[in-house]
Design a binder for this molecule. Structure first.
Ligand code: GTP
Ligand code: MG
Length: 205
């Protein structure tokens, strides 16, 4: 499969048309999976974040088990931007992860070409809702496993695919959301996936 950073195909595709004006990508996933961190690490502009300090008011509401050291949370969305090549600009929207903000997600998904589901394997079940919504809305997505350094068992990608009941065609990739090059690999995996889908749709139309 061709890399997303190579030249666009001569024949125009819906994806190529959209590339001239920018591609909207959302980063979604459970609370504390590293969405804001990913948008921050790959964005070439200073990203807009809507982080708020987590206070005692959230105790009993915010499900912090496993991420006790977390001090802030996204209350609207993150916004960043990255140019993959001269014609292709990605606009990144990081969703808020906490359940009480999930009502915002469908709005955020509107006009989205594709999504990244960021998974923290310590709280795998937090990803189910994101995957359900994306499948329901028929939004293409890839799954990125943000490997936190932890004493928890390190599951293989195949084991995680099974646990999340992911279909075989959904690409999976390991990442470290704090590392720019790693975040870029995730984005390229998604863009490659979108290309493959666009080309296969052209083949059937
Ligand atoms: N060790 C480690 N820490 C990480 C990694 N990715 C993110 N973190 C840390 O995990 C915490 C949570 O990251 P965020 O980026 O705020 O997570 P989020 O998904 O945006 O959280 P919400 O918006 O509140 O749902 C932060 O303190 C990050 O520095 C990682 O790969 N390894
Ligand atoms: Mg966040």
């Amino acid at each position: 499969m061709g890399s997303a950073t190579s030249e666009l195909p001569a024949q125009r595709t819906p994806l190529a048309d959209a590339a001239e004006t920018g591609l909207k990508i959302v980063v979604v996933g459970g609370f504390g999976a590293g969405k804001t961190t990913l948008v921050r690490s790959v964005s070439e502009i200073r990203p807009l974040n809507t982080e708020e300090v987590m206070t005692q008011a959230g105790q009993g509401v915010d499900e912090t088990a496993g991420v006790e050291r977390k001090t802030t949370t996204t209350v609207a969305f993150d916004f960043g931007r990255i140019s993959l090549n001269q014609r292709m600009v990605l606009y990144l929207f990081g969703a808020p992860g906490q359940e009480r903000f999930w009502f915002l997600w469908d709005r955020l998904f509107s006009g989205t070409l594709g999504a990244i589901v960021l998974v923290d394997t310590r709280r795998m079940e937090d990803s189910w809702y994101a995957i359900d919504r994306l499948e329901h809305l028929k939004t293409p997505f890839v799954v990125a496993i943000n490997r936190f350094d932890s004493d928890e068992p390190q599951f293989s990608l195949d084991e995680i695919r099974q646990a999340l009941a992911l279909k075989d065609h959904v690409p999976m990739v390991d990442c470290d959301a704090r590392v720019r090059s790693s975040g870029k690999e995730v984005l390229i995996t998604l863009v490659d996936h979108l290309y493959a889908l666009a080309l296969s749709q052209e083949g059937t139309s």
